[in-house]
Design a protein around this ligand. Structure first.
Ligand code: MCN
Ligand code: CUN
Length: 784
């Protein structure tokens, strides 16, 4: 039974926003209806790779309800046929020369209602000349592979980038002298964030004022506004991006999609607001997917299980346009945190990005900028090493985990882990799971019967991008603003730049203000998701909200508290230096009864009270927070599975998750975040896969094929926690929104492979569907 408090500050409390969500009173993009609004629909390519010979729109134009038909040619005239991606590439808004993935946007119809818009799509006649498609990243650099991006000057192959981190020579030297070397190909297959609410927008361009208002379920309203200003040449102050309630983002809603731009153009052309909402298949086929990382990992170790060095080579499939969203300097995101939680002498990673005829993306789905791939790789490699050394995977991890006294820890690939106590977290997880008993149960199983497996993963994340001197997206530094205003009656409004998609920001940010000022959370209104109402900042992804905006909130609240001290000193006629703070109140040192509450101070700050020289009236402040470092949450997960060797069916029996995200603002919300991420992990490990046939047809474009986990597949989660505060964060908090998605897939996969160990199976790739498991048992594993 969970308990709920009514905290004035940190603690378990129900989410304020749920009052509207559970009553069906949220306002999502599709709930926005404006007078005279028209509806847009996108015509998509049936081919993965084809030249466009001609597009005939006459019949669609003649449809009585159609108001406009926009093609790449229309956009070329407006210089809008191509747009910049968040990774300095270009992406077709509507195809002009070729289509480069199945589902790519070819034309946009604007009509009086959404049915007419869809009907009119069928009236557009496109003649294609099909080309051979490249769907396997490992084939993309073959000399005879068709060149996908022949639109780019000087691009003669499908190569995007080569990037590496760590000391290659030092790593090679350790490998050369190592007692044991194990290598393994590990695939993190393409998966999709699949939020319940698909992507969409309502664009309203007012030709008289020249103002564009864009309702759009984006995770980053301010960044989007700046990009629209750059792309469309509209002045930034004439653009208002409003991100209303968002029905899940999971990284899917970070990029700018062609549909958004088309809705804007549609509104400019027709003079009416235009709504565009994609359907489920469009979302799965064409919007930001995740992963598709082909990795070859190598571990150098001693015979008694001391890990000395790590090496990995990656072929990264970025799809047809490099539309990943991560800090500019890091084309492979934060993959280079792949040494994970272990104390190694040297490490090196090399990542090659390639184009394929698949939807663009790569960085999405609670990945913390590719830390999912990194954590999965290292945790799989540790188990592969345990398999080869015939060592217990818990013991092997314990032996190699970083020690508490090693923090702050400079990693061999350039990170500085802020704080951690890893052995404590792993020990807690082992104790909670009853690890020794589980192993005893496993050992007592008769051969040939049902299998059981125990899988461990230990992860370290780097979240909270980022120090702006190291990190930007499209040149925009990764810092975030906050504004706090306390009104005369002591009620407050906090304005932040990050954007909730279900994480409960309206509650937790109010709790931070409550903790710092003693104003009850219910008296603090959190405003976000409207660029006209909030300070500039880069938005929510990479679990950066708490590390960056949470810190900004604490800092701005402390500024207000200092202002309150000045006002209180005038009220009490004492020197500000003689005042002491207790939550919600300044009082005179040595005379506790002599004090003023924050509410009394707020009223006085707006009154005729004479304030000291230089102290302004009112009670408010602003700040911009530029984090000094990222925060490094970590955790230890243990999964127990039962596997039926006859059918290959995997049942997750138990899942123990110990998370350390530093100080928890709202433990209930943190647990909710962890629950969601653990379900993600079961989904990816066992069910989810966006597959393609050799012609590039997407085989996962509906929930009939792309399977998501439900309560049926999930056990009752067993959660534990340790608290190691971040030393550089004002309230000691670290991000947690993606931790469980990062940490859990490896635990599930390790558990299944632990179960298959008696059958001599060392590795098999996700998703471990029954067919896949069964074939692995037969010694004929599937390649995904
Ligand atoms: N929190 C806390 N104490 C901490 C850390 C976090 O109470 N020490 C709270 C925060 O205040 C916030 C929530 O937990 O209310 C998540 O915080 P944080 O870790 O900062 O993550 P973000 O708010 O930046 O959310 C982004 C993260 C990402 S990148 C993905 S992807 C993801 C995730 O959140 N998408 C989600 N969780 C999601 N949860 C929901 N319901 N929907 C999504 O789309
Ligand atoms: Cu990589 S998904 Mo989240 O960072 O929005």
């Amino acid at each position: 039974m969970t308990t709920v408090d009514k905290p004035i500050g940190f603690g378990r409390m129900h989410r304020k926003e749920d009052a509207r969500f559970v009553r069906g009173r949220g306002t999502y993009v599709d709930d926005v209806n404006l007078p005279g609004m028209l509806y847009g629909a996108v015509l998509r390519s049936p081919f993965a790779h084809a030249r466009i010979v001609s597009i005939d729109t006459a019949a669609a134009q003649a449809h009585p309800k159609v108001k406009a038909v926009i093609t790449g040619q229309t956009l070329e005239g407006l210089k809008l046929a191509w747009m910049p991606t968040l990774s300095q590439d270009t992406q077709a808004v509507l195809a002009t020369d070729k289509v480069r993935f199945q589902g790519q946007e070819v034309a946009f119809v604007v009509a009086e209602d959404k049915y007419a818009a869809r009907d009119a799509l069928e009236l557009i006649d496109v003649e294609y000349e099909p080309l051979p498609a490249v769907v396997d990243a490992r084939r993309a650099l073959d000399p005879d592979a068709p060149v996908i991006r022949d639109d780019k000057e000087g691009q003669t192959d499908n190569h995007i980038f080569d990037w590496g981190a760590g000391d290659e020579a030092a790593t090679d030297a350790v490998f050369a002298s190592a007692e044991v070397v194990v290598a393994q190909d590990v695939l993190y297959p393409r998966v999709h964030p699949a939020p319940l609410e698909t992507c969409g927008a309502v664009a309203d361009f007012d030709a008289v004022t020249g103002k564009l208002t864009m309702w759009c379920n984006t995770q980053a309203p301010h960044a989007h506004r700046t990009v629209y200003a750059l792309v469309a040449g509209l002045p930034e102050h004439k653009i208002r991006v409003i991100s209303p309630d968002v029905g899940g983002g999971f990284g899917n809603k970070v990029p700018i999609y062609p549909g958004y731009v088309c809705a804007i153009v549609g509104s400019i052309v027709t003079g009416k607001p235009v709504k565009w909402m994609e359907d489920r298949s469009e979302n799965l086929m064409s919007t930001g997917f995740a992963r598709d990382y082909h990795m070859r990992g190598e571990v150098a170790a001693t015979r008694d299980g001391r890990i000395r060095a790590l090496r990995v080579k990656v072929v990264a499939d970025h799809g047809a346009f490099n539309g990943t969203a991560q800090p500019t300097k890091f084309p492979a995101g934060f993959f280079h945190v792949f040494t994970g939680s272990y104390d190694v002498e040297a490490a090196h990673c090399a990542v090659t990005g390639v184009y394929t005829n698949k939807a663009p993306g790569g960085v999405a789905y609670a990945c913390s900028f590719r830390i999912t791939e990194a954590a999965y790789l290292i945790e799989r490699m540790v188990d592969v090493l345990a398999y080869e050394l015939d060592m217990d995977p818990a013991e092997l991890r314990m032996k190699n985990l970083l020690k508490p006294e090693q923090f702050p820890y400079p990693s061999p690939t350039g990170w500085e882990y802020d704080s951690g106590d890893y052995p404590r977290a792993l020990q807690l997880a082992l104790d909670m799971a009853g690890y020794a008993e589980l192993r005893a149960e496993q050992a007592s199983r008769p051969a040939g019967g049902p299998l059981m497996g125990i899988g461990i993963s230990f992860f370290t994340e780097a979240v909270g991008a980022g120090p702006r001197k190291h990190m930007d997206i499209l040149g925009l530094g990764m810092a975030d603003g906050a504004e706090l205003r306390v009104h005369p009656t002591g009620k407050a409004v906090l304005r932040i730049s990050v954007q909730s998609q279900g994480q409960g920001h309206e509650t937790t940010y109010a709790q931070i203000v409550a903790e710092e000022l003693g104003i009850p959370p219910d008296d603090v209104e959190v405003v976000h998701g409207d660029t006209d109402q909030t300070p500039f900042g880069l938005g929510t992804y990479g679990s950066r909200s708490t590390p960056v905006s949470g810190a900004a909130t604490a800092v701005v609240a402390r500024k207000v508290r200092e202002r309150a001290r000045q006002v209180a000193s005038a009220m009490l006629e004492v020197d500000p230096g003689d005042l002491e703070w207790e939550k919600g109140r300044w009082y005179v040192r040595g005379d506790h009864a002599q004090g003023r509450s924050i509410q009394e101070i707020a009223l006085a700050a707006h009154s005729s009270l004479e304030l000291p020289e230089g102290v302004e009236g009112h009670l408010d402040a602003t700040t911009v927070y530029n984090p000094p470092n990222l925060t490094f949450p970590f955790g230890a997960y243990i999964c127990v599975v039962d596997v039926d060797p006859g059918t290959g069916q995997v049942k997750v029996r138990r899942f123990v998750a110990v998370d350390d995200c530093g100080v928890r603002i709202n433990p209930m919300i943190v647990e909710g975040q962890v629950h969601g991420g653990l379900a993600d992990g079961i989904g990816m490990a066992l069910m989810e896969l966006i597959a393609f046939d050799e012609d590039g047809n997407c085989l996962g474009a509906s929930f009939m094929d792309y399977l998501l986990p439900t309560a049926m597949e999930c056990p009752s989660w067993e959660l534990g926690e340790t608290v190691t505060p971040s030393p550089h964060h004002p309230i000691g908090a670290k991000g947690v929104g993606e931790s469980a998605t990062v940490g859990s897939p490896a635990a599930v996969v390790n558990a299944v492979l632990d179960a298959l160990k008696p059958h001599g199976v060392r590795h098999a790739d996700m998703p471990l569907t029954p067919a896949h498991v069964w074939r692995a048992i037969q010694g004929r594993p599937l390649r995904t």
